[in-house]
Structure formats: structure tokens, C-alpha cells
Design a protein around this ligand. Structure first.
Ligand code: NDP
Length: 244
């Protein structure tokens, strides 16, 4: 995977699940990875493990819902490694519930992290990538960005938004900057842990039975990164073979 070696890759939500798996895989292929999330104890352990294996990793506390945090995170990567080749806007939350449960705080949290977080990543990275004349955004949507499922109206809305934002960005910046959407199906991670609604929690059990490992999504991310600069992988959908 020679298209990965030496690249500086910034990953939001790197403290567990898909972000962690991507960090480990990309570092194994020679990328300099910069990990961000709120739980710095987890980031420290993951970056330490990558370094112990001979990889290159740094970490910094990050709340993607705060624009200034995202700016500082990308600046940290830039000042540490001198450039930023890829920003993986991966951080996300999924407290599912029916709309009629009126969990308005949880709706807002999904909007703040899943939509604003991605926009903040773009705001922090776009001027820099334009100046560099190259770069790549990899944004995590979902199969929930293609179809709405019960209890997931707001979550799916945020993932539809990621699709729209990514497509708009690709149309604007094509030529120098690549834009990739990764749309996973149900994948092993901590994502469902934030569900507080009993109905939605029960519904997730069936889905989790067929989940695929986070490494499966990391491999799709690595595929998109390793392509030559003139090849833009616009979207990859990766889902379990089995249906729930
Ligand atoms: P995890 O819950 O394991 O990982 C989510 C990550 O996001 C964690 O590292 C968490 O770290 C971070 N995060 C949450 N809130 C914030 C915040 N405000 N600022 C910074 N980081 C934050 O779930 P996944 O690995 O599954 O999720 C990764 C992405 O994949 C998400 O966008 C999700 O929607 C998407 N996805 C996942 C699917 C699945 O089945 N797992 C299916 C489809 C899409 P911390 O708490 O330390 O901040």
C-alpha cells in the first residue's frame, strides 16, 4: 500500500471502533496518524501501542462539536508533521429513539457531532489543503445515509447530511482535493452504547448479532487513501453479508 506511506492522516473519533481500527491499519502501512477524541486515556494507549510497533502516532483531546477545538487539532497535526494529507471525519454518536420520544437533547447531540463535527473538519482542513494543492477528506456516513430505518430518523438525517455535504464539497474542489464517503453497515464498535431508549436498544440487539469487525471498514478507508492522486473513490458501502 505505497499510496499510504508517509501521508499525514488526521482521524477524529479515534478512541474506539472504526477510528481506532483505521489508525492502527494506516500506521501499519507507514502513515503518520494524528488521533483525536474526548477520551485522551484511550488515545494515549492506542498511540502508545502504535509507536511500540514502530509506527508514527500523536494524539490530542478533541471535541468535534467545537470549531476552535477542530482548528487546534488540525494545527497540531500541521505543526507536528508539516502537512496534512487526509482528514477522516469519523467521530459520531447514535442515540437512537422514535421521534415521539422527544429526546431533543439527543437529537441536538447527533446534529452537533455528526453534522457540525464534519463541517468543522472541512472548515479546518480546506484552506490548508487548497494551499498545499492536494488533500483528501474521508467522511463517515452510513447505510443509514441511504435509507431510513425505525428509531433512526435523526441519525439517518445526519448521515444523509454527510452525503450531501460530501457531494457538494467534491463538486467544488475536484481536481486537487479528493472527497470520499465511507458508508458502513452494522459494525462492531461502541456506537450503540449511547442508546438510552429501551425500544431502540432492544432493536439494535438483532443488528449487532451480524456485525462485522471495525477492521473491515478500516480496509475500505485504506483503499480510498492508497489510490493515486487522480483517482477519487467517491463512496464505498461496506456491510455484513447476512441480513438481520
Ligand atoms: P464508536 O462509538 O466506537 O466511535 C465513535 C468515536 O467518536 C469515538 O472515538 C468517540 O470518542 C468519538 N466521539 C464522539 N463524540 C465526539 C466528540 N464530540 N468529539 C470528538 N470525538 C467524539 O463508533 P464507530 O466506530 O462505529 O463510529 C465511527 C463512525 O462510523 C460514526 O460516524 C458512525 O456514525 C459511523 N458508522 C458506524 C456504524 C456501526 O455500525 N458501527 C455504521 C454506520 C456508520 P470519545 O467518546 O472519546 O470522544
Amino acid at each position: 500500500m505505497s499510496g499510504i506511506k508517509g501521508k499525514v492522516i488526521v482521524i477524529t473519533g479515534a478512541s474506539s471502533g472504526i477510528g481506532e481500527a483505521a489508525a492502527r491499519l494506516l500506521a501499519r502501512h507507514g502513515a503518520h496518524v494524528v488521533l483525536g477524541a474526548r477520551r485522551t486515556d484511550k488515545l494515549e494507549a492506542i498511540a502508545g501501542a502504535i509507536t511500540a510497533e514502530g509506527g508514527s502516532a500523536r494524539y490530542r483531546a478533541l471535541d468535534v462539536s467545537k470549531r476552535e477545538d477542530m482548528e487546534a487539532f488540525v494545527d497540531f497535526a500541521l505543526s507536528t508533521f508539516g502537512r496534512v494529507d487526509v482528514i477522516i471525519n469519523n467521530a459520531g454518536v447514535m442515540p437512537l429513539s422514535k421521534l415521539e420520544a422527544l429526546k431533543v437533547d439527543e437529537w441536538n447531540r447527533m446534529i452537533d457531532v455528526n453534522i457540525r463535527g464534519v463541517l468543522h473538519g472541512i472548515a479546518a482542513g480546506l484552506p490548508l489543503m487548497k494551499k498545499q494543492g492536494s488533500g483528501q477528506f474521508i467522511n463517515l456516513s452510513s447505510i443509514g445515509g441511504h435509507a431510513v430505518s425505525p428509531t433512526a430518523a435523526v441519525y439517518c438525517a445526519t448521515k444523509f447530511a454527510v452525503m450531501a455535504i460530501s457531494e457538494g464539497l467534491r463538486q467544488e474542489v475536484g481536481g486537487d482535493i479528493r472527497v470520499t464517503v465511507i458508508s458502513p453497515g452494522v459494525t462492531e464498535s461502541e456506537l450503540a452504547d449511547s442508546i438510552s431508549d429501551p425500544l431502540a436498544k432492544e432493536g439494535m440487539k438483532e443488528f449487532r448479532r451480524i456485525s462485522i469487525p471495525a477492521e473491515a471498514i478500516a480496509r475500505a478507508i485504506a483503499f480510498a487513501v492508497e489510490q493515486p492522486a487522480d483517482v477519487d473513490v467517491s463512496e464505498i458501502i461496506v456491510r455484513p453479508t447476512a441480513s438481520p
